[in-house]
Each structure stands twice: as C-alpha cells, then as structure tokens.
Design a protein. Structure first.
Length: 115
C-alpha cells in the first residue's frame, strides 16, 4: 500500500467536471464547486487505491503473533466506501443540472388543420 494520489489528475478531473456542470444555476455555483472539488479528489483517490489493488490484490495477509490471517485489503475497503460516496456526489450534481425541455417542433399538422 502506498501509491500516491496524482494531483495533476485531480486538477484535470476538476476541470472536466466543472465543464460538465457549467450550466448549473448560478445561485448554486459555490455549493456545486465544493462538490466538484470533492468528487475530483475522490476520483484521484480511487485511482490510487485501484493501483494498490491491482498490485497487491484484494486480499491481504496479516501477521497475528505466531499465525497469519487473510483479510480484505485495506485499500479495497476504502475503495468501496469512496466509490459509494463519489456516486452519491455525482448523483447530486447530475440532479442539479437543468432539465432538458423538449422542444415543440412544428410538424405541420396544426397548420394543416387550420389552427
């Protein structure tokens, strides 16, 4: 364990999310920016945790005196918690996006009917 979090990745993710959520109501921008920053940090953290898991596997061997036990790798536990919280933040942000209003397209029917 010990893969470091890539600050450049977090910065790029912050910019990416800011671009995606640029159309959010200006009154909510400050709150949204905080959520975007947290989501970007979480994504960077999850990448580092994922690297640990790919290197070391999801099961960890831990010494307990004269014997060893197998347990869930600490990175796996943290990854699972973080991805749940990341998903919740992304859901909140997505729900704040303006709803797409279907455009009323003229199909010619009203004109044909005289209305």
């Amino acid at each position: 364990m010990g893969t470091s979090i890539n600050k450049d990745y977090i910065s790029k993710e912050n910019k990416r999310l800011t671009k995606i959520f640029k159309d959010i109501d200006p009154k909510k921008k400050q709150t949204v920016q905080g959520l975007i920053e947290e989501a970007a940090f979480m994504r960077g953290t999850m990448n580092a945790l994922k690297e640990d898991l790919l290197e070391e596997g999801p099961i960890d061997e831990m010494c307990q005196g004269e014997y060893t036990i197998l347990r869930e790798h600490p990175s796996a536990k943290l990854y699972n918690t973080t991805i749940q919280r990341y998903t919740a933040i992304i859901d909140k942000l997505t729900n704040l996006l303006p709803k797409d209003v279907p455009k009323n397209t003229d199909d010619g029917f009203d004109g044909f009917m005289g209305g």
